[in-house]
Design a protein around this ligand. Structure first.
Ligand code: FES
Length: 343
């Protein structure tokens, strides 16, 4: 911007260069303004996009019921997530695209100048505002195009169902707390469960776990069948190796670890977030949700934060082939302390 200098006694002031008001550029009518067939075509296109939105929303809801996740398998959860996500995404996108197309092709595109005025509005201004709104409503042609109005209304009315139907469906789910007393670590037909890496399902030997490392493990060979994900979520365990001299184990737990390797439930006992951050120097495990801190060297007792009880420990041992196994299931419920209250 060029500036013009004015010199006064002892001071310099600047004022911005002044521009001519270019005014409003001339209005160029669109095809739909001049050709009723083009306007009709634009209307049909808008209705078609709204209809796609409606179909996508309905498809998402149908997919939710077609792939129930109350008895989940990995395939069901994937398909349910995919159909709900596509239904929601295409449904919302359709409403947006249709609204833009409608505005650009059918609504009035005449520019208007609104002069600045003081904030206070008198009766005449209010009346003018109402008139402007009425004119806008009239120019949107909604009154003369009932099918378009119906398509818009139906698309907007159905869109929230993408959220509400899964929400209401899950309210009826079976929240039986006794499920939290048992996990997939329990022996199967007398055979102890091996600890395996996730997701490769490779069994683990003590030599795989170095001092200071943390390994996320699952029971080996969990079958991909209904309930699989629920079982996997409950059974997740952290395997940690300490210098055996640092471990403070009570008498009744002396045989729960193997050469400094201990296994604890990864589910925080506060409200169930995955405990994940391990500090090797202090042997502290931190839950990232609300900073509950557990002392791994001291039976994972709570040393800080809102959790009220230690992380449940999984007793481990070595099988005849040298792999780490769970001696039994957890001896207390995993997860938030709430589940323990009925014990
Ligand atoms: S869930 Fe872990 S501290 Fe709250």
């Amino acid at each position: 911007m060029s500036i013009e200098h004015r010199e006064h006694v002892g001071e310099v002031t600047t004022t911005p260069e002044r521009f001519e008001n270019p005014g409003i550029s001339p209005h160029r009518p669109r095809l739909s303004d001049e050709d009723p067939r083009a306007a009709k075509r634009a209307e049909r296109q808008t209705i078609l996009i709204f209809t796609l939105s409606i179909l996508a929303t309905v498809g998402g809801i149908v997919g939710y019921f077609a792939f129930p996740i109350q008895a989940p398998s990995l395939g069901n959860v994937r398909m349910s997530t995919l159909t709900l996500g596509l239904g929601l995404g295409i449904g919302m996108l359709g409403i947006g695209v249709a609204a833009v197309h409608w505005a650009k092709s059918l609504m009035s595109d005449v520019e208007r100048v609104e002069e600045r005025h003081v904030q206070r509005s008198d009766d005449a201004t209010r009346a003018a505002a109402v008139e402007i709104l009425s004119t806008g409503a009239a120019e949107s042609n909604i009154a003369r195009r009932p099918l378009l109005k119906g398509a818009l209304g139906t698309a907007l009315a159905l869109a929230p169902l993408s959220f509400l139907v899964p929400l209401i469906g899950n309210l009826g789910a079976d929240w039986n707390v006794s499920k939290f007393r048992h996990t997939a670590w329990a022996p199967v037909n007398g055979k102890l469960r091996r600890l395996a890496t996730d997701p490769s399902d490779r069994p683990i030997k003590p030599s795989d776990v170095t001092i200071g490392s943390v390994v996320h493990v699952m029971p080996q060979g969990l079958p991909d069948e209904p309930g699989y994900l629920e079982e996997k979520a409950k059974a997740v365990v952290l395997l940690i190796r300490l210098d055996p001299r640092d471990l403070n184990e009570p008498e009744d737990r002396k045989d729960w670890s193997y050469e400094g390797i201990v296994a604890y439930s990864k589910i925080c006992t506060h409200v169930g977030c995955p405990v994940a951050l391990y500090e090797r120097q202090t042997h502290h495990l931190l839950c990232p949700c609300h900073q509950s801190t557990f002392d791994v060297a001291n039976q994972a007792k709570v040393v800080f934060g809102p959790a009220k009880r230690a992380l449940p420990q999984l007793p481990i041992a070595l099988d005849e082939e040298g792999y780490l196994v769970a001696q039994s299931d957890f001896l207390e419920p995993v997860g938030p302390s709430f589940w323990e209250r009925e014990r």
